[in-house]
Design a protein around this ligand. Structure first.
Ligand SMILES: [Zn+2]
Length: 79
C-alpha cells in the first residue's frame, strides 16, 4: 500500500477515467465469475439451510474479493 504519487503519474482527469474503467472491468469480471460459481454452489451443496448460508456467504465473499483484486490489477494495467 503506497499513497505516493508516482513521478510522471496521471493528471486528475486521467486518474479518474482510469479508475472508472478499472471499476467497470472489475464489476464485469466479478459478475462473470460469480454467476457460474453461484450456479455451481446451488447445484452441488445439499439443500439444507446451513449449506445455503455457507454457499451464499462464499459467493458474496468471492464477488467482493474478485472485484477488489481485478480493480487493482486493471488499475495497474490501465494507468
Ligand atoms: Zn491526463
Amino acid at each position: 500500500m503506497t499513497a505516493a504519487i508516482p513521478v510522471g503519474g496521471l493528471c486528475e482527469d486521467c486518474h479518474r477515467r482510469v479508475k472508472r474503467r478499472a471499476a467497470q472491468i472489475a464489476r464485469w469480471v466479478a459478475i462473470g465469475t460469480t454467476i457460474p460459481l453461484a450456479v455451481y454452489v446451488t447445484l452441488t451443496l445439499p439443500r439444507t439451510r446451513e449449506a445455503r448460508i455457507v454457499g451464499a456467504t462464499a459467493v458474496v465473499i468471492w464477488y467482493v474479493l474478485t472485484s477488489l483484486i481485478v480493480r487493482r490489477v486493471a488499475w495497474e494495467w490501465l494507468k
